[in-house]
Design a protein around this ligand. Structure first.
Ligand code: ADP
Ligand code: MG
Length: 510
């Protein structure tokens, strides 16, 4: 190619901090007209923040942004739109109780001579736009009643109705079904063919390699690589994202601060077995979990990991057979499951796990209270001793001991309270959803130690986590979930984080 055309978007040395904490460390990023540019990286790598800078959401970034070679002051969303940049954020910005046409026209509605909104004209232009784009969305449908795909298409139509020549889509397919994804791909390709510069953020790496011309990898707020898509293989791309070194990645992992993977459990008895079992409306899975085993559950956001574990724990309606110690069990509620020995430590400990306004001691004893209150006061002393022992065993640091309000604890200590409570029920199966989310490195290692200790006593553990390192160091085996179903199982020792990511990133049916 002679003289490459001027980049439509050129971001140079972009830095952005939140409360003094820099999360973009001088990022260079270019997108050309007619190009689909993939932007990938782990959660927290800075993809959305970089695109929010481009969308004019932050006026306090440093560095420069050029549009068609002209310096562009991107200091407000309105300014960005005026310059032809439309960003569809992860969090939709549509108004659910208005119809599609009203959402498309929002802020520049056509008016009648009398100054009122011209609904006929509004519907008409909406229909025209949707037809031109080939979107099958009705202009008079309420946005709140559309499918996720319908809302996504409405967002895209809205962006394009503003004559955007740069279109950013932040994880557009995470919540779409395969057929809907195909529609979106077709639309994306068509827009690029018509000269739009498209930025496409997705965790589905295979999809990214198929649909994008160029791919840029962000890692910890810096560009780790940027190349034409055909110069990446799926495994190379995965490796760059996690920062694996090509050769001795496995060794580096074993030498990590979090210790070596747990030893295999061999022929311990199977505690939990799923026979064609799964959340209602999803494909079923088969899976066995042995006493003392720690099994990781891996999958991208939206892969249905949480619905699967909720089905196992009685928090979601299920199909198929779940066997506990070889006996079929049916849980109608989490309380049912708890009674049978299947205990969930939920992901969202602030809203679903702890009673923040109550003391630590009560939180630990919570699952256990009915048993004690049956005998009333007589057991109160026993309960107190139990709580004290649990706090010691899990090394829970609380300024005022068992009487400290749970909200006053650090994230790591809150998580240990939940572990202590779960352990107090004498579980057979412990399901941990994101057990170290939001806790610091030191607390993480401690939580791993406690989970391993519980497993050593014969508890079978299922760990759902976004952190690939965590899955590979804490667990002996990893099950990969896609569309709510276990699609593969691997021994943790056989995988590097990059390899695991590559396996997770293949969307079924894609
Ligand atoms: P990605 O989209 O790649 O997952 P983000 O751009 O959302 O990553 O986040 C990059 C980093 O910036 C993360 O560490 C995140 O916690 C932080 N961050 C993002 N938005 C905010 C915010 N509004 N306030 C504070 N920190 C933020
Ligand atoms: Mg993001």
């Amino acid at each position: 190619m002679l003289d490459a055309p001027e980049a439509r978007v050129s971001m140079r040395g972009v830095r952005k901090s939140f409360f003094g904490n820099e999360v973009l460390h001088g990022v260079d990023f270019e997108v050309r007209a007619g190009q689909v540019h993939g932007l990938v990286g782990h959660n927290g790598a800075g993809k959305s923040t970089l695109m929010k800078v481009l969308g004019g959401l932050y006026s306090d970034y440093r560095g420069e942004v050029f549009l068609d070679g002209q310096r562009a002051p991107l200091t407000s969303p309105g300014e960005a739109l005026r310059l032809g940049v439309a960003v569809i954020y992860q969090e939709f910005a549509l108004i659910p109780h208005l119809d599609v046409a009203a959402n498309l026209a929002l802020g520049h509605e056509p008016r009648t001579r009398g100054g009122r909104i011209d609904r006929v004209k509004m519907r008409h232009s909406a229909q025209e736009l949707l037809t031109r784009l080939g979107f099958s969305v009705a202009p008079n449908a309420l946005v709140g009643e559309l499918s996720v795909a319908g809302q996504q298409l409405t967002e895209i139509a809205k962006a394009l109705s503003r004559e955007a020549s740069v279109l950013v889509m932040d994880e557009p397919t995470a919540r779409l079904a395969p057929a809907e994804r195909e529609t979106l791909f077709a639309v994306t390709r068509r827009l690029a063919a018509q000269g739009t510069a498209v930025v496409y953020i997705s965790h589905f790496l295979q999809e990214v390699l198929e649909i994008c011309d160029t791919v840029t990898v962000l890692r910890d707020g810096t560009v780790a690589a940027s190349r034409p898509a055909d110069r990446f293989t799926l495994s190379e791309l995965s490796r760059v994202i996690v920062g694996d070194k090509p050769a001795d990645a496995g060794d580096a992992r074993l030498a990590g601060a979090e210790g070596t993977p747990a030893p295999p459990v061999g022929a311990a008895p199977v505690v939990l077995r799923l026979d064609e079992f799964g959340p209602l409306g999803r494909e079923p899975s088969n899976l066995s979990l042995r006493a003392g085993e720690i099994l990781g559950v891996a999958g991208l956001v939206g892969s249905g990991r949480t619905s699967l574990v909720e089905a196992i724990c009685g928090a979601r309606r299920a199909n198929g057979v779940l066997k506990l110690d070889g006996v079929p069990a049916r849980f109608r509620s989490p309380a049912d499951a708890l009674k049978a020995g299947v205990v969930l430590v939920p992901e969202d400990r602030k809203n679903r796990g702890l009673v923040l306004v109550r003391p630590v001691g009560e939180n630990i004893a919570l699952s256990d209270l009915p048993r004690h209150s049956a005998l009333g006061l007589v057991r109160a002393a026993g309960l107190k001793a139990k709580v004290r022992a649990a706090m010691e065993r899990f090394d829970i640091r609380a300024a005022e001991g068992a009487g400290t309000q749970a909200s006053a604890l650090s994230g790591g200590n809150q998580q240990k309270v939940l572990l202590a409570r779960a352990a107090a029920t004498g579980p057979k199966v412990l399901v941990l959803d994101q057990p170290t989310a939001g806790v610091d490195v030191g607390a993480k290692a401690e939580i791993y130690r406690h989970i391993r200790a519980l497993a050593k006593t014969g508890v079978a553990c299922l760990v759902v986590s976004d952190e690939l390192e965590e899955l590979l160091t804490l667990c002996q085996r990893v099950a990969i979930v896609s569309e709510g179903r276990v699609v593969q199982e691997h021994s943790a020792a056989s995988l590097t984080p990059g390899e695991l990511l590559a396996l997770m990133s293949v969307k079924e049916g894609a």
